[in-house]
Unconditional design. Structure first.
Length: 166
């Protein structure tokens, strides 16, 4: 049976200086194999009841919206999507229609790229620089102010090709 399992946990450890909000067993998940450590995705529901919900998705202000956003992001991983840009701005997904956030092009102190500098939502939301985007995509590595939950046509095609969708 093709099933995506979502595991709701109180918290996820191992984040170092940050907080891990969700984690997926593998990309893509094993659509036809259940009962393994890779057969689903886990999300922290620590903030489920915090914040004030607005009429539009506002992941930074509403705990329930944030948990739903994280669940959708993790489901995207399970269906085969990678982050459009990783935290360091040196790795990206392989799709040609997703905006990337290239550290050396976007960070004011490019010398820090590869040495602990992270590409954040504010750095990766520039519409004036072609290599500084993607923070509004559902699969951006960081949940933040510019998170819009957008997906590209190629990302949609990747998810539709997963056996769990058929």
């Amino acid at each position: 049976d093709a099933t995506l399992n979502l595991f709701w946990v109180s918290s996820i450890g191992g984040g170092g200086s940050g907080t891990i909000l969700g984690i997926d067993g593998t990309i893509p998940g094993p659509s036809t194999v259940g009962g393994t450590i890779a057969s689903g995705a886990a999300m922290s529901i620590d903030d489920l009841t915090t914040g004030t919900c607005a009429n539009v998705i506002s992941p930074n202000q509403c705990g329930a919206d944030q948990v739903a956003y994280i669940a959708t992001h993790e489901a995207g991983h399970w269906l085969g999507l990678f982050h459009v840009s990783e935290a360091t701005g040196t790795y990206w997904d392989s799709l040609s229609d997703t905006r990337k956030c290239v550290c050396r092009s976007c960070v004011s102190n490019a010398a820090g790229c590869g040495n602990g500098t992270l590409v954040t939502t504010s750095i990766c939301s520039s519409s004036s620089k072609p290599d500084c985007g993607g923070s509004d995509n559902l699969m951006f590595w960081l949940l933040g102010g510019a998170a819009g939950g957008h997906l590209t046509p190629q990302q949609g095609e990747v998810m539709r090709r997963n056996l769990a969708v058929h």
